[in-house]
Design a binder for this molecule. Structure first.
Ligand SMILES: Nc1nc2c(ncn2[C@@H]2O[C@H](COP(=O)(O)OP(=O)(O)O)[C@@H](O)[C@H]2O)c(=O)[nH]1
Ligand SMILES: [Mg+2]
Length: 269
């Protein structure tokens, strides 16, 4: 029970009736759309789901998900973000909020709305004003050391997914080591090694989503802001350990000419 402004209290079961809004962020090509398709396949029968995609100029991700046939096509909506995909999930979330509210109203009641970020670099995270929880997706093909390089999504998303583990032997990545590096970087927050070809990893993902939904409904989950860009190193500048620590006060005040990269370090002019 939680107190209402008038001093009486409302049952927990009525305190949180809105759908769980679950963000899926991560660099281009790491498997965000595929992960959403996997969640829809795993939970589409028992939960009422909706999906919002963010693409820069197209609705390609929405079309991919509709053609995958994992959910009724009208439950998958596209937001076109224009130039900076991270702006639409963090700085000016209006279009995404309206899309989520429209979807929740048109198909009421929904249990979970999955929101895919437009592909961006390692620094993009969702505002806690838009999503209740967020998953950050890396893939093994980005290299085993990506998890150690950090960034707000890697460090503090509610779940870090190390995706495409089936490809690890081909790219020479030790998945167990990548997961343990990630766990260290995340101070023990959840890390999941996932492959769309590995049913047991999909069961773990399914259980995580159900657990988060239960926590959202009970009011025990508090949406977290993974925060602005973590301090990071520029290899060509002075620091006792090589490179120097460089922090942005305002992550969005700097130029957006970053090289889009899976490897984490972005180029400043
Ligand atoms: N081998 C393998 N390929 C995957 C897996 N998940 C996604 N992919 C492939 O990775 C590519 C990019 O996936 P997509 O979901 O579009 O990535 P997004 O840009 O992050 O949304 C596609 O060719 C997918 O089929 C996986 O678990 N294993
Ligand atoms: Mg996608």
């Amino acid at each position: 029970m939680r107190p209402s402004p008038g001093g009486s209290s409302v049952p927990e079961s009525l305190a949180s009736v809105r759908a769980l809004r679950l963000g899926v962020a991560g660099p281009v090509g790491t498997g965000k759309s595929s992960l959403i398709a996997t969640v829809c396949r795993a939970l589409g029968e028992e939960l009422r789901l909706g999906v919002i995609t963010n693409d820069i100029y197209t609705d390609e991700d929405a079309r991919f998900l509709r053609s995958a046939g994992v959910l009724a096509p009208e439950r998958i909506r596209a937001v076109e973000t224009g130039a900076c995909p991270h702006t639409a999930i963090r700085d000016d979330i209006t279009t995404n909020l309206i899309a989520a509210e429209d979807l929740e109203r048109d198909f009421a009641p929904l249990d979970v709305v999955l929101i895919e970020s437009g592909g961006d670099n390692l620094t993009a995270t969702f505002s806690p004003a838009l999503v209740d929880a967020q998953i950050f997706v890396l893939d093994v093909a980005g290299g085993g050391d990506v998890a150690r390089k950090g960034g707000p999504g890697i460090g503090r998303a509610d779940l870090l997914v190390v995706n495409k583990t089936d490809l690890a032997p081909y790219v020479g990545v030790d998945v167990a080591l990548m997961v343990s590096d990630a766990e260290t970087a995340r101070d023990g927050r959840a890390v999941l090694a996932l492959s769309k070809h590995d049913p047991s990893s999909i069961s773990t993902l399914r259980a995580w989503v159900l657990g988060m939904l239960a926590a959202h409904r009970s009011g025990s989950h508090v949406p977290q802001d993974p925060g602005p860009m973590a301090p990071h190193f520029h290899a060509d500048e002075e620091h006792p350990e090589g490179g120097f620590v460089h922090a942005h006060d305002d992550p969005h005040a700097h130029s957006h000419d970053h090289a889009r990269t899976n490897a984490g370090a972005h180029a400043h002019e």
